[in-house]
Design a protein. Structure first.
Length: 286
């Protein structure tokens, strides 16, 4: 296998499109032209985000916007997953078949159910996806339907993240250090930092990335609350107490912002235990 070049985002996208058009599409057309005209193929993951490098592969997924027989669906599934594909030295991966992204709910306007079952990783991918084949315009329609969280869903997410920021970070990180429990302290520290990173995106009215790309995406936000500077300090620090002080600087910046913008109820911002009396959402993602 030839060595993978450090392609640009646009070059990766063109490689993915070329592979689909020359390798997959002709085989799909042999299965069913009708199905092909009701399909969407899109690039997701690091290439869609713009974080691709020489270690990246190209992740594509597909969705079929029509009812089809199971034997036809199985033939399509086998075509997409039956072998590992390479194009111009780059691995091209196909997966999921659209179910993970809940496109069925979006296309059927089952929005209440969609927001009850949403996955933030999927939301980010839908909004940043690049269409490869989409004759019905399914991706653009889906992006319009999920361009932002409904207000109450957004508040539930902020409450849940603020619980983790405070319980793991402000409180338990500090308590672990008092007991010289360094390993536990680090666990609490990074639990809180992950929640803090996610909260940065929500407060900037964006969907957050999978954990692998959380810090990389900070370049796409208007307000980072001093988090990038704190990371620079933590990276060279050899003192957990200093790390806690850097964490709390960001915590205070976020707190002031949320109070000013009425992000959640004031009593929940000042005293996170009040969140347990309200709806909140805590989740883990990739």
């Amino acid at each position: 296998m030839e060595q993978i070049k450090n392609y640009s985002q646009n070059e990766f996208v063109e490689i993915g499109k070329k592979h689909f058009e020359t390798v997959i599409l002709p085989k799909l057309q042999l299965i069913s032209d009708q199905v092909v005209n009701s399909m969407m193929i899109f690039i997701e993951g690091s290439v869609a985000y713009g974080f691709c490098d020489e270690k990246s592969d190209i992740d594509l997924d597909y969705y079929i916007d029509m009812d089809i027989d199971e034997d036809i669906r199985q033939s399509i599934r086998e075509l997409f997953t039956g072998e590992t594909y390479w194009h111009q030295g780059v691995r091209v991966s196909y997966g999921f078949g659209g179910a993970y992204w809940k496109f069925d709910l979006l296309m059927n306007d089952e929005m209440d159910r969609f927001w009850n079952e949403f996955d933030p990783y999927a939301l980010n991918n839908i909004m940043r996806a690049t269409p490869v084949w989409d004759p019905k315009g399914i991706l653009a329609l889906s992006q319009k339907k999920v361009e932002s969280y409904p207000d109450e869903i957004k508040k539930k997410i902020i409450r849940g993240l603020w619980v983790t920021v405070n319980d793991s970070g402000e409180y338990n990180f500090c308590e672990a250090l008092k007991r010289n429990n360094i390993i536990e302290g680090r666990i609490y520290q990074y639990r809180a930092i992950e929640a803090m990173l996610r909260l940065v995106y929500i407060l900037n009215n964006q969907y957050f990335y999978p954990t692998k790309w959380l810090s990389a995406g900070l370049g796409h936000v208007q307000e980072d609350f001093g988090l990038k500077e704190a990371f620079d300090q933590i990276a060279v620090s050899h003192c957990e107490e200093d790390d806690y002080k850097e964490f709390m600087k960001v915590h205070e910046n976020m707190k002031r912002f949320m109070i000013k913008h009425d992000s959640i109820e004031l009593e929940c911002i000042d005293n996170y235990s009040m969140i347990f009396q309200k709806p909140f959402h805590i989740f883990s993602t990739f």
